[in-house]
Design a protein around this ligand. Structure first.
Ligand SMILES: C[S@@+](CC[C@H](N)C(=O)[O-])C[C@H]1O[C@@H](n2cnc3c(N)ncnc32)[C@H](O)[C@@H]1O
Length: 234
């Protein structure tokens, strides 16, 4: 069963799953979020506080949608993407970007960059896939310059008692079915709701960021609390 292999070796399970769904990943995101995902990525970039000629690392870059928006929004900023799934980065590299963006293969727990080398490290929908979130946050902080920001965009477990049943119906009832039809991989889209409810609520995740050594941590929620953006300073 999926949950067993997930328990046994989460990185391997996650890597294989994203390799399988890479070709349909963007389409499924657009469908699942009613086209809102691009707006969330932009809102995340807006709190990354980049200087005009700064350097941005997109961790768990996947098919490169955050990197693509960053290159559009910040023409003077150097943007680099890193991910451990080659198939996702191949999908990114097949896209036409405003300017060339390097995508580097790397694990978020051991990023192939020197200390203090980026003005911000951002990630979108990455951390719920990572076995050791605190280590991942520390690693993102390591490569960020002092005063720079670590910013995370993630789905959040539903907190609103009125919306909670609707979220559950949507996440557990509809998404695996739609994902199965569109990507041919219902298991991957059954993983999404489970990983979301396992993720800490926004306030608790803020605390995790503080424990990872980040300061002035703040967050905002979007989509009736189904999505959260957290940011903190090194
Ligand atoms: C849900 S996708 C998000 C992609 C992209 N950030 C976006 O906004 O659509 C998660 C990505 O994180 C990557 N990932 C998961 N665990 C990772 C790890 N330990 N190291 C590097 N990348 C990882 C996966 O390969 C996948 O491409």
């Amino acid at each position: 069963m999926a949950s067993e292999s997930l328990r046994d070796d989460k990185p391997r399970y996650v890597n294989r799953m994203f390799a399988r769904i890479a070709a349909r990943y963007d389409l499924m995101n657009t469908l699942m979020t009613f086209g809102q995902d691009q707006r969330w990525r932009r809102q995340m970039l807006e709190v990354s506080n980049l200087p005009p000629r700064g350097r941005l690392l997109d961790v768990g870059a996947g098919t490169g949608e955050i990197a693509r928006q960053a290159a559009q929004l910040y023409p003077g900023v150097e943007v680099i993407g890193a991910d451990f799934t080659l198939e996702m980065m191949a999908a990114a590299q097949a896209k036409r970007f405003r300017r060339p963006i390097p995508f580097v293969q790397g694990d978020t727990l051991a990023l192939p960059f020197v200390d203090n080398s980026f003005d911000a490290a951002v990630s979108g929908f990455l951390l719920r896939n990572v076995a050791d979130r605190k280590a991942a946050l520390r690693e993102q902080a390591r490569v960020t310059k002092p005063g720079g920001r670590v910013v995370c965009l993630e789905t959040a477990p539903p907190q609103n008692v009125l919306m909670e049943p609707l979220f559950r119906l949507y996440f557990f009832g509809l998404i695996p079915g739609i994902g199965g039809l569109v990507s041919g991989d219902a298991e991957a889209y059954a993983y999404l709701p489970n990983s979301t409810v396992d993720f800490p609520a926004p306030g608790a995740f803020k605390h995790e960021m503080e424990l990872a050594g980040l300061r002035n941590v703040s967050y905002r929620t979007l989509m009736f609390g189904a999505v959260a953006i957290h940011w903190g300073e090194k």
